[in-house]
Design a binder for this molecule. Structure first.
Ligand SMILES: NC(=O)c1ccc[n+]([C@@H]2O[C@H](COP(=O)([O-])OP(=O)(O)OC[C@H]3O[C@@H](n4cnc5c(N)ncnc54)[C@H](O)[C@@H]3O)[C@@H](O)[C@H]2O)c1
Ligand SMILES: [Zn+2]
Length: 324
């Protein structure tokens, strides 16, 4: 398909510089595409050239054991399971920061965009909304739960929105960036805490009467992982979204020596066309509006400049849209 009308800058070029997740040299990156079908491969049915589609960051095959067992992100490409196998764009095949994009397993991955929704309204669903919401879903947030979200970057903010959607009665968002804490408030976080100013674990325990029911990790560091564990009540759920590098340690006291009945779950962004359809329905029926997170737009020709701004987090940048 023609990848652009719109795609998003991705945080992982920064990750590469920080050595957190390797990107194969020469591969086109980018995995949050909205586009128009330019040509259809053999066997792809139910679509027409010219259809406007959203494709998830994760592109499962829909046919392997992993996919058919509901583990689409760990897709084995037609056979068994492969860890992170559903993440292909900009990881194992060329991604979306280009004029054209070849969609793998198109039948399983092209989600038609309802006419009343703009590209800007849906592009954030491909990854950050799907991932962020999944933090709350995998954490099993229930009506009345208290939830703490460590880090309020785009992923953490969407986790916060997800926790509210799932029925949390109290959502506490933690970050050290005033702009992000302000956006967290605007998106409905009940209490925001600046980790530079307060002992966040003590404060979460105080606000929740002993610890949060669910703690969502949305940064990928030892510190935030550990704080999540410490901020949980016994038997609580740590739902981890961050991409970690190096070693992640489990201090025995934070882990109640292994017998605190904690559950730790991790989630790779859910993808595939049904997930995208469901998320678009949430936007269409006005359950969520994430457009405030789309702060900047650049052309493909200006992408280096866009990455500079994004990497340095200048000018209140959250997510950057790239158009032709
Ligand atoms: N699980 C998945 O499928 C998936 C998908 C996309 C991204 N990710 C990962 O999610 C994580 C977050 O991504 P993002 O785009 O929101 O990142 P980001 O870099 O834009 O935001 C990170 C935020 O963390 C805050 N922060 C820094 N130190 C902190 C601390 N000690 N306590 C609390 N907050 C702190 C920063 O101020 C910033 O706002 C990354 O690890 C990314 O790789 C995971
Ligand atoms: Zn599969």
């Amino acid at each position: 398909m023609r990848a652009i009308p719109i795609t998003l800058l991705w945080r992982c070029p920064n990750l590469r510089f920080r050595g957190e997740h390797p990107v194969k040299p020469g591969l086109i990156i980018g995995h949050e595409p909205v586009g128009v079908v330019e040509e259809l491969g053999p066997g792809v049915t139910g679509y027409n050239v010219g259809d406007r589609v959203l494709v998830g960051a994760i592109t499962p095959c829909g046919q392997c054991r992993a996919c058919l067992s509901g583990q689409l992100s760990q897709c084995g490409h037609g056979v068994g399971y492969e860890a992170l196998g559903g993440w292909r764009f900009g990881n194992t095949i060329n991604g979306a920061q280009a004029e054209y994009l070849l969609i793998p397993h198109a039948q399983a991955n092209l989600a038609k965009i309802p006419d009343e929704l703009t590209d800007e309204q849906v592009v954030l669903l491909a990854d950050i909304a799907s991932t962020g919401f999944s933090g709350a879903e995998s954490g099993g947030v229930k009506i009345g739960d208290s939830v703490v979200v460590y880090a309020q970057g785009p992923i953490g903010l969407c986790a916060t929105v997800g926790a509210r959607l799932m029925g949390a009665s109290l959502v506490i968002g933690i970050d050290g960036d005033e702009n992000r804490l302000r956006i967290a408030r605007e998106l409905g976080t009940d209490v925001v805490l600046d980790y530079r100013e307060v002992d966040t674990v003590a404060e979460v325990k105080r606000l929740t009467g002993g610890g949060a029911d669910v703690a969502i990790e949305a940064l990928g560091t030892q510190e935030t992982f550990e704080n999540c564990l410490r901020a949980l009540r016994p038997g609580g759920v740590l739902s981890s979204l961050g991409v970690y590098s190096g070693k992640l340690q489990m201090p025995y006291d934070a882990f109640a020596a292994g017998i605190g009945d904690y559950r730790i779950v991790t989630t790779l962004c859910p993808g595939g066309k049904e997930r995208m359809r469901r998320l678009m329905e949430m936007v269409r029926h006005k359950r969520v509006d994430l457009t405030p997170l789309l702060t900047h737009t650049f052309t493909l020709g200006q992408i280096a400049e866009a990455y500079e701004l994004f990497g340095e987090r200048r000018d209140g940048v959250m997510k950057v849209a790239i158009k032709p």
